[in-house]
Design a protein around this ligand. Structure first.
Ligand SMILES: Cc1cc2nc3c(=O)[nH]c(=O)nc-3n(C[C@H](O)[C@H](O)[C@H](O)COP(=O)(O)OP(=O)(O)OC[C@H]3O[C@@H](n4cnc5c(N)ncnc54)[C@H](O)[C@@H]3O)c2cc1C
Ligand code: SF4
Length: 322
């Protein structure tokens, strides 16, 4: 690990301001950043610790939604009584990720901004445009089985690894931020995450020093909340594919994980073929939501796997078991 300086910020704006210079980075739970620093992939020269900030509360909003502070841990969020009962898809998605120990440390803001899990991003001996802009993409000719099938570019085909973000997308959550000059803004998940294009090292639209202060959930969406994750091991593994769904009669919302550089949701696909059997409906939804997909030979299996997973979700909801 390289040498760096360290400070604990006292206010969100102070944290934001301290992280404005190039080389400075926020640290929250540290479960992703410290690993990357040890591997010499992240090389911050100054760390701004967010641990003392007053961003640990989950509070009701005036319209009946919830505001979640950026430092609320994944465990606290998944086990909050209102999240368990009214935002079940979110609780289930978080519990499908990582391990109990990691969820106790990992924060809401850090989870959203965790870095890619492409094997070549972690291998400093091989080219990776995300790690070293302009160096090339080893995954294009190498192992691409876990990577994305849509939203990719010729520069990068990495998928977004967060389970929580997929649930936040299906719930239409917004991400609240503050910038170094104190200006605040609220971003949708699609507004937060950039697709890779020619600049895969730029993963979000956040400006230098911009701090995530929390996430706002709109009022609860009625229906059966489901998060189904398919992975190589039963625990402690990232999604090959995942489905976040809210089903209420003919109304449905679907977001997909493990398949794109950001949680993938295509609202126009949600209303197709609602009167057909689960298998046909799932195929129609996936066909529409993944129009223009560009899987590799190694990860083309993700599309039929998604069809099967969505079929199972629809069938279990029909049977009242989701
Ligand atoms: C073994 C292992 C298995 C895992 N499995 C899964 C899994 O199955 N599913 C899943 O979704 N995740 C998984 N994870 C990832 C885990 O969820 C993340 O490491 C964690 O959520 C990151 O949160 P953190 O608070 O520790 O972030 P940190 O490591 O502190 O920070 C991560 C990044 O976010 C930035 N950051 C942090 N907070 C803020 C903020 N408030 N504003 C702006 N920037 C900020 C940091 O600068 C850094 O770049 C796994 C991790 C490990 C180590
Ligand atoms: S897919 Fe993206 S993260 Fe993976 S090697 Fe290519 S550029 Fe790097």
């Amino acid at each position: 690990m390289r040498a760096f300086t360290y400070e604990r910020a006292r206010t969100p704006q102070a944290a934001s301001h301290a992280t404005l210079p190039a080389g400075a980075k926020f640290i929250a739970g540290g479960t992703n950043l410290l690993d990357l620093m040890k591997l010499d992939i992240e090389r911050p020269t100054h760390l701004v610790d967010l641990g003392d900030l007053n961003l640990r509360a989950i509070t009701g909003t005036r319209d009946g939604g919830l505001h979640v502070g950026a430092l609320v841990t994944n465990t606290e969020l998944a086990s909050h009584p209102r999240v368990k009962t009214e935002y079940g898809v979110l609780s289930r998605a978080i519990l499908a990720g990582a391990s109990g120990q990691i969820r106790n440390k990992a924060t809401t803001g850090g989870n959203l901004l965790q870095r890619a899990r492409c094997p070549y991003f972690y291998d400093t001996n091989l080219p990776c445009n995300k790690r070293e802009p302009g160096s090339g993409c080893a995954a294009l000719t190498g192992l691409s089985r876990p990577l994305a099938v849509i939203g990719t570019s010729d520069a990068c085909i990495a998928q977004h690894p967060s389970d929580m973000a997929v649930a936040l997308r299906v719930l239409d959550a917004t991400v609240n931020t503050v910038r170094p000059d104190g200006r605040e803004r609220a971003l949708t998940l699609d507004g937060l995450y950039r697709l890779p294009g020619d600049t895969p090292h730029l993963e979000t639209t956040l400006e230098p020093g911009e701090l995530i202060t929390g996430v706002t959930l709109p009022p609860p969406v009625a229906g059966t909340h489901v998060y189904r994750k398919v992975r190589d091991r039963a625990s402690y593994a990232f999604a090959l594919v995942s489905v976040a769904a809210i089903l209420n009669g003919k109304a449905a919302r679907f977001a997909f994980g493990g398949v794109a550089p950001r949680p993938w949701r295509v609202e126009e696909a949600e209303g197709v073929s609602v009167d057909t059997a689960p298998g046909r409906r799932a195929s129609a939804v996936i066909d529409r939501a993944f129009e223009g997909a560009r899987p590799t030979a190694q990860n083309a299996f993700k599309l039929p796997l998604l069809r099967g997973t969505l079929t199972a979700v629809l069938e279990s909801a029909h049977g009242g078991q989701a």
